[in-house]
Design a protein around this ligand. Structure first.
Ligand SMILES: [Zn+2]
Length: 517
């Protein structure tokens, strides 16, 4: 059922071919790249509905066994034996699973096992207990995902996203799971229905970078979907089709406290960027570089390289979701510049600086030329990460995409060409871009460090844990301990035997593609 949609060259050099299954709507991207390594990514467009971290917990749970391979960590052990490496991540827009193997043979062998883990996971209660959340015998909350998220604080980023992409948007939800919400509302049932909604063939793109026989890869996917009866259904809605990013109107200034020991704060200033598929999205990222990078950059001179430095660092932000958010983040802002009376520094003064700055075309040309060199060098090396991220953007947001249609031109970057084109733009073009995008509609977010907040949150957590242990009592704690022990034992019992692993492992290191020298 797989038909070739077409081929296109990444950066006018590297051939990329897109295939689509007319039966399932699944898509396979194969990028022919010389070398012994095969890098692949299986990506789903996933959106966060709340703060319980369903996408992230699911990302962990799929490795605990599947219908056809009901063995815990089978895939990971198998990959190791096939000289391969498995990884996964959850972002604001995707859950993606990667696999790296030496040679195509190992890849082709692992792919059906991987797909079965992703599309037919067992999602057992015992795995939920150990991987997601449980209360241990001491009355403390634990679990792999829970512990991971306890160490991370997304509040600043989420607030920024709420202000720029919408309070109720998937981008304002904790992508890994808020520990409190994981404890209180996450459940195996919720994870199962999340899986049902997003993990389907219409919502998958399998991207492969390396030297692989295309037909063999397609055959594996075909065989997998046929044997499982995974066919296209009418109820499929592309993940982000329903989401419309709100406009940023007027000036909004928000302040938030973040738990931090230092005295320095961060100030983020954000605007709505150009259409992510339009002609201006690439130049705007170059313009941001021009404004901030290096001692000659206007923002660097104004905020750092001056008699009384305002901050320690200026970073740029150019986030591409369905809409782009562009902006600058002033890091390590001295406390004397954080009060309300000094807000003009990051509002009127900033806008004024951008508008009155005398444009240095020569420096812009240097930036563009350096980038052409950098991209050229990078194309000779490890291109897969940038290809995978282009594919994900395409999967999530490219216009005109469905299980029945594709728009190949959005799938391959051509930044070198864009740099060359930008070398011809005059001062007026760049000034026009500043005028158009760094306008009066923006959001300023102050993240102000607070030692008290650290203390307060620690105290609250200690009290909560104390109360939790008291409420459980001796009997309750004993039950927690037993449940955990049983779950660990059940997971352990479901691990594959070495013999079984051997049977599945890849063949000899003989027919692997190598770069001719
Ligand atoms: Zn994780």
């Amino acid at each position: 059922s797989f038909k070739k949609v077409g081929s296109i060259l990444v950066e006018k050099q590297i051939p990329l071919t897109l295939y689509r299954s007319s039966a399932s709507g699944a898509k396979v991207v194969i990028v022919d790249h010389p070398g012994a390594m095969v890098n692949a990514e299986i990506s789903f467009a996933t959106a966060h509905q709340d703060d319980s971290g369903l996408a992230h917990t699911l990302e962990h749970l799929v490795f605990i066994g599947s219908k056809k391979y009901p063995y815990a960590k089978f895939l990971t052990s198998l990959a190791e034996r096939s000289y391969g490496y498995i990884n996964a991540f959850t972002s604001f827009d995707n859950t993606a699973f990667s696999i790296k193997t030496v040679g195509a043979e190992g890849f082709v062998k692992l792919l059906p096992v991987y797909l079965d883990n992703l599309l037919n996971p067992l999602l057992t209660e015992s795995a939920y207990i150990t991987e997601v959340h449980h209360i241990n015998g001491e009355g403390q909350d634990a679990g792999v995902v829970y512990s991971e998220m306890k160490g991370r604080d997304f509040r600043e980023h989420l607030k920024l996203n709420a202000l720029t992409l919408g309070e109720n948007s998937p981008f304002a939800k904790n992508l890994g799971g808020d520990p409190k919400v994981i404890r209180e509302t996450c459940s195996l049932e919720k994870i199962k229905s999340y899986h049902k909604k997003f993990y389907r063939m219409e919502n998958v793109i399998i991207s492969v970078v390396g030297t692989v026989p295309h037909q063999k890869v397609l055959d594996v996917v075909e065989e997998f979907q046929n044997s499982n009866g995974f066919m296209k259904k009418d109820d499929f809605v592309r993940t982000y089709d329903d989401y419309t990013p709100p406009a940023i109107t007027g000036k909004t200034v928000e302040r938030m406290e973040i738990p931090a020991e230092c005295d320095h704060g961060t100030v983020h200033v954000s605007w709505r960027g150009p259409d992510i598929w339009g002609e201006e999205i690439f130049p705007i990222s170059q313009l941001l570089k021009y404004l901030t990078a290096g001692p000659e950059a206007p923002l660097y001179r104004q905020y750092i390289n001056c008699s009384t430095p305002i901050c320690a660092q200026v970073d740029t932000r150019s986030d591409k979701h369905k809409a782009a958010v562009i902006g600058v983040s002033f890091q390590g802002v001295n406390s004397e510049f954080l009060p309300v009376e000094k807000e003009h520094l990051f509002k009127e003064d900033l806008i004024n600086l951008l508008k009155t700055h005398k444009f240095d075309l020569e420096r812009m040309h240097d930036i563009l030329k350096r980038d052409i060199e950098k991209i050229g060098l990078f194309l000779e090396g490890d291109v897969c990460d940038s290809i995978f991220s282009e594919v994900r953007l395409y999967q999530n947001y490219a216009p005109g995409i469905s299980p029945e249609s594709d728009e190949l031109k959005h799938l391959a970057s051509c930044h070198i060409e864009e740099c060359e084109k930008a070398l011809n733009y005059g001062e007026d073009y760049w000034k026009g871009l500043v005028e158009k995008y760094f306008n009066e509609n923006f959001v300023v977010l102050y993240a102000i460090p607070s030692k008290e907040l650290i203390e307060k949150e620690k105290k609250e957590e200690d009290e909560r844990l104390k109360k939790q242990a008291e409420d459980l009592g001796e009997e309750g704690l004993r039950k927690c301990r037993e449940d955990l022990e049983q779950a660990v034992a059940a997971n352990k019992a479901s691990e594959a035997s070495p013999d079984l692993l051997k049977e599945y492992a890849a063949g000899e290191l003989t027919d692997f593609a190598v770069i001719p020298v």
